[in-house]
Write a protein that binds this ligand. Sequence first.
Ligand code: GLU
Length: 473
Amino acid sequence: MAKTAEVSFLDSVSRNFDKAAPHTGLPEGLLQQIKACNSVYQMRFPVKVGKEYEVIEAYRVQHSHHRLPTKGGIRYSQKVNQEEVMALASLMTYKCALVDVPFGGAKGGVKISPRAYTPAQLQAITRRYTTELIRKNFIGPGIDVPAPDYGTGSREMAWILDTYQTFKGGEIDAAGCVTGKPVNQNGIQGRTEATGRGVYYALKEIVSYKEDMDKLGLSTGMEGKTIAIQGLGNVGYYAGIICQEEGGSKIVSVAEYEGAIYSKDGIDIKKLLKFRKKTGSIIGFPGTKDLKQRKKVLEVKCDILIPAALENQIRMDNAHKVKAKIVAEAANGPVTAGAQEVLTKKGVMVIPDMYINAGGVTVSYFEWLKNLSHMRFGRMEKRFDQDKYSNLVSLVERMTGHTIGIKERNMLTKGADEIDLVRSGLEETMITAYGQIRETWKRKKKIEDMRTAAFVCALNKISSDYLALGIFP
Ligand code: GLU
């Protein structure tokens, strides 16, 4: 049994912070400054729904202004509350620092269940929420840049941009006021899959260390690894597909709103989603067993468990039932601080949210840069590279007297498209950040878990911004 009691999401983040703080050697005042939420904007606004007006409760929290703009998604959920948004905003600060994305952390929340509204009503809510942000100077390419989160997607981001442009006509960098936009609305290739793809790149890197895998009793590599996924939203869906198709892993269990299913032979995620679209449920998918309760997905025997839904899923009352060797926090905050202790004692490797789900904000950063440069990545160099490599191949052919096939030639001479650069930038980011976390974890013997190591890395990076200004001794 863990010695600590279960606490709220915000307190969980705070407890994790406090656990890491002593390993940083930073002055107490500076730590308090980093920990505090800088600005909390709580709003209520009316929106006409049918014949009636409804008062909508919403938030935007900017956790840290040590770098600007602040950055983070907007969540639409009936469970949204101020504390939750504060916790999520602070995680964004640590996440951005960890992967060297030069933003402070923020998060927004609108307390609605998106399923209960028509697209037109959702549009009215989104536009009004954006207007409130503009009024209080809480949005802008150099101020605060929202993005998708639970319950929102590229459609909502397009509405936000359009509203912003309506009020800020002529602002040259207006497109950078929000990320996660549709590609034809100033978005970037690869943003939708980014968080899931980042989860895959991170896992691939983590399981490549033989010494670490030996300790868990696992082999190296993603090939053949069994995976359970909670939540087939944007993050869980892409993480599953990519682990399956590029990693050769086997998805043995999946949970969604209506329940959970299991198959020891593996579940084809693409086919499962088609089945769900047709029948309205994952239950009954051929070759799978109904687990009866959706939370059972957390308890199945597998190598990697990917909670990709909401916070507080693995708690002190079910942590001891987790059979996975690795828990990859694709969602924000799925493992409570108390559950982390239980899992650590069991020898489970928990890969913290602030690292493993950082792919979304990383590609958001690329999108924002694209918006500021007003040009798609690869436009300048693609053709140039292609010609250069083609000349090189021709030269080698002439010198050796051998010619290669057209397929091989195309592969060798291909110039990078935007999607190639985005994926390569994302992979590089995930690998570099893990190298830093692992190094910290190995170097400081007293650090118990990977989350604490990630926090230490993030805090050291954030503190250097303050220290450079001479604000703290
Ligand atoms: N909502 C995502 C997250 O929690 C993405 C944030 C962003 O792209 O700004 O990391």
